[in-house]
Design a protein around this ligand. Structure first.
Ligand code: NAD
Ligand code: DAU
Length: 336
C-alpha cells in the first residue's frame, strides 16, 4: 500500500491504525514533509519491517512512477494535500500545485502501473456552506460549490479522480469527511490550537461571532471508515463520513474545552472573521452506514476528553512545533 501524506495528522493516525490491525501488510509512506509533516508521529513504527518512508513530492512524476512500479503497489490511499483554509487564503499557489497537480501525477502513475485501488481522501468543504438553523445535510448527491482556494483545489482533485474512473476505468473510491480531531493534529486547526494555547496560558481565538458549525469526528473513527471502504467499498463510489455532533457552534466547542481544562471564559478572544467563512457543515452518512456498516464509535465528549489528555501527555510533540516558522504564521494570521 502506498500512503501519501502519511506524516500528517490523519495519514499518520491511519498508518498507526493499519499496522496495528494488519501487521503482515507493507506500507510505503510518501511525504514531502511540509510544515505539516512530522516523522515524530510515526516514531513507534519507524523500525517496523512493514513500514518504509520515502521523502519526496507527489508532484514529482518520475519518483511517483518509480515507487509504484518498484514496490509493486496495489493500493494507494491519497491523503497528501495542503489542508489549512487560512493558509489557502494567504497563498493559494501550493494548494493548486499539490492538491490538483499532485493528484493528477498520482492518477497517471496509478493508471500506467495498473494499481488495483486508488482511494482518494476528500472533504465536506467541496459542497460549500449550509445555512445556520436549517436541518439540511450534505449527501453523496449534493452539488459541488467550493468557496475557498483550499476547497476549490480539493474539488478539482475529486473531479479528476472521478474522470479517471469514467474515462480510463481506473478503480477508484472517494471519501469526503467532515472535521477531524485527535492526536497529532498540527496546532493551527481549531481543536489543537485551542487546547495547546490554553496549556500555554494563551487565549483561544474565535473567528467572527463564533456561531459557525462543523461536524466533528474523532480521527480513529475516520481511519476505520477508510479501512471499510478499502475492504468493501464499491469501485467508482463516493462515501460521506461524519460525526455524531448535532450542530454544535464553535463557541460551544471552545467553552467545553475550556471547562474540561479548568479555565474560564476570560480565555476566549473574539478575532477578525475568516473571509468567505463557511457557516455550517453537516454530513448525512447513511450510505456508508447502510452499505458498509460504519458508524462512529466515540461520542463527541468521550473523544474530546481523550484528545485533551493526549495533548497534555505529549507536550514535547506540540511545543517543538510551536516555535520558529509557526510563530511567524501565528503573528500573521492573528495579528499579535
Ligand atoms: P495535514 O496538513 O496534517 O498533513 C498533510 C500531509 O501531506 C503532511 O504530512 C505533508 O507533509 C504532506 N504533503 C503536503 N504536500 C505534499 C506533497 N506535495 N507531496 C507529498 N506530501 C505532501 O493534513 P490532514 O489534516 O491529515 O489531512 C489529510 C487529508 O485529509 C487531506 O487530503 C485533507 O484534505 C483531508 N481531510 C482532512 C480533514 C481534517 O479535518 N483534517 C477532514 C476531511 C478531509
Ligand atoms: O471540514 C473538513 C475540513 O476541516 C478539512 O477539509 C480541512 O483540511 C481542515 O482544515 C478543516 O477545515 P476548517 O476550516 O473547518 O477547520 P479549522 O480547524 O481551521 O476551523 C474550524 C472552525 O473553527 C471554523 O469555523 C473556523 C473556526 N476557527 C478556526 C481557527 C483555527 C476559529 O474560530 N478560530 C481559529 O483560530
Amino acid at each position: 500500500m502506498l500512503v501519501t501524506g502519511g506524516a500528517g495528522f490523519i495519514g499518520s493516525n491511519f498508518i498507526l491504525y493499519w499496522l496495528k490491525k494488519y501487521p503482515q501488510d507493507k506500507i510505503i509512506n510518501l511525504d514531502k514533509l511540509t510544515y505539516a509533516g512530522n516523522l515524530e508521529n510515526l516514531k513507534s513504527v519507524e523500525k517496523n519491517p512493514g513500514y518504509f518512508f520515502i521523502h519526496d513530492d507527489i508532484c514529482n512524476s518520475h519518483a511517483v512512477d518509480l515507487i509504484i512500479k518498484n514496490y509493486q503497489i496495489e493500493t494507494i490511499v491519497h491523503f497528501a494535500a495542503e489542508t489549512h483554509v487560512d493558509r489557502s487564503i494567504m497563498d493559494p499557489s501550493p494548494f493548486i500545485k499539490t492538491n490538483v497537480e499532485g493528484t493528477y501525477v498520482l492518477l497517471e502513475a496509478a493508471l500506467k502501473n495498473k494499481v488495483k485501488r486508488f482511494h482518494h481522501i476528500s472533504t465536506d468543504e467541496v459542497f460549500g456552506a449550509l445555512p445556520l438553523g436549517s436541518k439540511t445535510k450534505f449527501d453523496e448527491t449534493t452539488a459541488y460549490d467550493p468557496r475557498s482556494p483550499y476547497s476549490a483545489s480539493k474539488a478539482g482533485s475529486d473531479h479528476l479522480v472521478r474522470a479517471y474512473h469514467t474515462t480510463f476505468n481506473l478503480p477508484i473510491t472517494i471519501s469526503n469527511c467532515s472535521n477531524n480531531f485527535g492526536p497529532y493534529q498540527f496546532p493551527e486547526k481549531l481543536f489543537s490550537l485551542a487546547i495547546t494555547n490554553l496549556m500555554e496560558g494563551k487565549k483561544v481565538p474565535v473567528y467572527g461571532d463564533g456561531l459557525y458549525v462543523r461536524d466533528w469526528l474523532y480521527v480513529e473513527d475516520h481511519c476505520r471508515a477508510i479501512d471499510l471502504i478499502l475492504e468493501k467499498g464499491v469501485i467508482g463510489e463516493t462515501y460521506l463520513i461524519g460525526g455524531l455532533t448535532e450542530d454544535i457552534p464553535n463557541i460551544e466547542v471552545i467553552r467545553r474545552i475550556i471547562k474540561i481544562m479548568g479555565h474560564n471564559e476570560e480565555m476566549i478572544a473574539y478575532v477578525k472573521d475568516r473571509p468567505g467563512h463557511d457557516r455550517r457543515y453537516a454530513m448525512d452518512w447513511r450510505k456508508i452506514k447502510e452499505h458498509l456498516g460504519w458508524q462512529p464509535e466515540y461520542s463527541f465528549d468521550q473523544a474530546l476528553e481523550k484528545t485533551i489528555a493526549w495533548y497534555k501527555n505529549n507536550q514535547n510533540w506540540w511545543k517543538d512545533i510551536k516555535t520558529g516558522a509557526y510563530q511567524e504564521y501565528y503573528k500573521k494570521q492573528y495579528q499579535h
